[in-house]
Design a protein around this ligand. Structure first.
Ligand SMILES: [Zn+2]
Length: 384
């Protein structure tokens, strides 16, 4: 039990304050985006913006819808900018960021453009379907969205992530050899391991399994590669491999597919109610109803968030167990977790409520305790 050191100590005031501020930021973001959508609908501004967009788009539907999405995107970026900036300052206040303001502004801009392009593209698809098939648009849109999820999951590591971070193939030969061994033991081939140049932006460390099919890869932050022993990095790799072996990427897409189905079905019902009973919009293809569609979708995601987080924590526990089985000894896993918690200012002991509502990963203290319990029951001679 000697490795339990940091695990049994309570979180420092600094850690508690940082995480509290981050949570307030998340809640503030939610309140702002819901408030914005509700305000658009209640005040009738959505109709005003639609009329303006139609004028700019010379009454051409596709162009008018594009302008309408641009308006919403610009206004919400302006409204949310103060919170985004507070988030940037917060990382600096706790000495977690390596990013200068210029680089941050560039990322914000790129993120905004990306969001706008994607948002406009999705809105054009949805409203084209509404016009083509007013009855079954939501069902067809659902099928197309699932196709797009899979497509984006596949291109993300090669097209989207490189917009913000540099990636280079892992150079460390010893680690590469260990990874091949890990893969052989689990009967799978790891297609690639990349060094993720996270240190240009942050002092935090991270690792992930990304992509699908031929873009599937493990990415390891340079901030992790620099400060962790090969045994510790192997434990992290084994955890990521566990996600792959359990097919978590596809399972997550399946879960998203179910939620999206519910979302489109509910959106169709709510839109019909708003049009037929409340006379809020002219008809389904009146894109002034877009905020209502977005409200139903985000409301549903919010309500399901604790369940999604619970599912995510379950997959993390599965990946952890896979890791403990793969590595010779759970010691490096435990020290890697302790280092990660310290480096990222993660809470090791969040309250139960915070864990249930916000955390996609089990708290580090529980992960370490579970690793020790596993080692004691499976490898008593090696337990430390
Ligand atoms: Zn994981």
């Amino acid at each position: 039990m000697t490795l339990a050191g940091a695990n049994t100590l309570p979180d420092s005031p600094e850690v508690r304050q940082y995480n509290r501020s981050r949570r307030w930021l998340e809640v503030g973001d939610l309140v702002l985006s819901f408030g914005f959508l509700i305000a658009l609908l209640v005040t009738g501004w959505s109709n005003t913006l639609r009329t303006l967009a139609q004028r700019w788009g010379s009454e051409r539907y596709v162009l008018s819808l594009f302008f309408y999405v641009v308006f919403l995107s610009v206004i919400s970026k302006i409204l949310g900018f103060a919170l985004d900036f507070y988030g940037f300052r917060l990382e600096h206040r706790f000495n977690l960021s390596n990013q200068r303001i210029g680089s941050w502004l560039k990322d914000e801009f790129k993120g905004w453009v990306l969001g706008l392009v994607l948002g406009a593209f999705l809105a054009e698809i949805v409203y084209a379907l509404i016009r083509i098939s007013p009855q079954y648009w939501w069902l067809i849109a659902w099928i197309i969205f699932i196709g797009l999820f899979i497509f984006f999951a596949q291109i993300a590591p090669v097209v989207l992530f490189p917009l913000f971070y540099k990636f280079v193939p892992l150079q460390n030969e010893e680690l590469k050899a260990r990874l091949v061994r890990l893969g052989e033991r689990s009967g799978t081939r790891v297609r690639g391991v990349y060094e993720w140049k996270l240190s240009e932006k942050t002092k935090k460390a991270n690792a992930a399994l990304t992509g699908l099919g031929n873009t599937r890869r493990i990415i390891l932050a340079d901030t992790l590669l620099e400060n962790y022993s090969n045994d510790e990095i192997e434990a992290v790799l084994a955890h990521e491999l566990g996600h792959h072996v359990h097919g978590h990427m596809l399972k997550m897409i399946a879960v998203q597919a179910v939620i999206t189905f519910l979302g489109f079905w509910a959106a169709n019902e709510v839109l019909h109610f708003a049009i037929d009973e409340q006379k809020m919009f002219f008809n389904l293809s009146d894109f002034a109803n877009l905020p209502l569609l977005a409200l139903v979708a985000s409301g549903l995601s919010l309500v399901l968030m604790p369940a999604l987080n619970a599912y995510s924590r379950f997959t993390e526990r599965q990946a952890d167990q896979y890791c403990w089985k793969c590595v010779a000894n759970v010691g490096p896993y435990i020290t890697a977790m302790e280092k990660l918690a310290r480096q990222n200012l993660s809470e090791s002991h969040p309250s139960r409520v915070v864990e249930l509502l916000f955390h996609s990963h089990p708290p580090i203290s529980k992960r370490i305790a579970a690793a020790q319990a596993w080692a004691e029951s499976h490898r008593p001679s090696l337990a430390t």
